[in-house]
Design a protein around this ligand. Structure first.
Ligand code: SF4
Ligand code: ZN
Length: 308
């Protein structure tokens, strides 16, 4: 197969775009998709500083690289969760990549905030991933807000977004359907959330990392019960195989025609009003936010253990 742009030998075949690209033209294609996403959804204003949530995986590192290459002012934040045999090597790999690429990376240790994830796992009765996700979202937003970033960018790709949309549609969840999208505007102490990779698939970000020599972390978190929405992703991949282009069409049509019907939908009685958390001052649906409550649970659990 030949490259659609230059006629050289294609290295990446993309049936959904009825095209193949050589390495250099694939990078051009990749950048173009991100540029389109940023422009269409008002993600980044002129001279605005963007914080990238960096897990160390392929999507977040590709995002750091491509936004920087497109001329945006970008810094990364890696949240170190204190998970044995996982958090240290991931942070090291991420630091090494950013240092070698001249990218600014901040590292925040949740243990310094009384929230090492192994302690959280012992202290709470809920599945650890739900709580860990809440902690990460809190600190990414808080760091962005307290350090003057205009937006927080995450590495969600088209597969993540279509799988989430599919789940929200299966449940007909109006509040989630009303807010799901590539840009969530900022409000008060919530900074704007953006997903510049939403038009690119997992395969495309993996190909980008491979061709750019981005050495990302591949091992799963030891607490992971498997990737989220795996079943939904398989179903959508099946549809895409039978009819290339379905995935992006499904998502873009939702943004244009589906989402407006759910705009402003309520989260349920008493769920829409936000207060300032009495402990950290960040938005909360109750007097104390979920993260501060977990911190209290962890401290209480430790105190009980030490007392016996
Ligand atoms: Fe946190 Fe779960 Fe992800 Fe591990 S798999 S980093 S515990 S959300
Ligand atoms: Zn709080």
């Amino acid at each position: 197969m030949k490259c659609k742009r230059c006629g050289e030998l294609a290295a990446v075949k993309l049936p959904s775009h009825h095209a193949g690209f050589c390495p250099s033209c694939f990078e051009g294609f990749f950048k173009k998709q991100v540029e389109t996403a940023v422009r269409r959804h008002g993600m980044i204003g002129r001279d605005e500083k963007v914080l990238v949530a960096v897990s160390g995986g392929k999507d977040s590192l590709a995002l750091m690289r491509v936004l920087t290459d497109l001329g945006h002012v970008v810094e990364g934040l890696h949240v170190h969760l204190g998970i044995p045999d996982s958090s240290d090597p991931v942070a090291e790999r991420t630091r090494a990549f950013c240092a070698a690429s001249g990218l600014t990376l901040h590292v925040l240790h949740t243990a310094e905030h009384g929230l090492a994830v192994p302690d959280v796992k012992d202290a709470v009765r809920r599945p650890v991933c739900a709580v860990c996700g809440k902690i990460k979202r809190h600190y990414f937003n808080r760091f962005a807000y307290e350090n003057g970033f205009a937006a927080l960018a995450t590495g969600h790709n088209l597969d993540d977004e279509t799988a989430r949309l599919f789940a929200n549609v299966l449940r007909w969840d109006p509040a989630y359907l009303g807010t799901q999208g590539p840009t969530l505007p900022g409000e008060g102490k919530f900074v704007r959330k953006i997903k510049p990779l939403y038009r690119l698939t997992e395969f495309e970000t993996a190909a980008y990392c491979f061709l750019k020599g981005i050495d990302h972390w591949k091992a799963a978190c030891p607490y992971s019960g498997g990737a989220s929405f795996t079943g939904h992703k398989k179903l959508i991949a099946d549809l895409e195989d039978r009819s290339p282009g379905q995935k992006i069409a499904f998502y873009e049509a939702f943004l244009a025609q589906g989402r407006p019907h759910f705009a402003g939908a309520s989260r349920g009685e008493g769920q829409d009003t936000l207060y300032a958390c009495a402990q950290c001052g960040f938005p909360s649906s109750g007097e104390v936010c979920g993260v501060c409550r977990v911190r209290e649970q962890v401290a209480a659990h430790k105190a009980r253990r030490e007392a016996v």
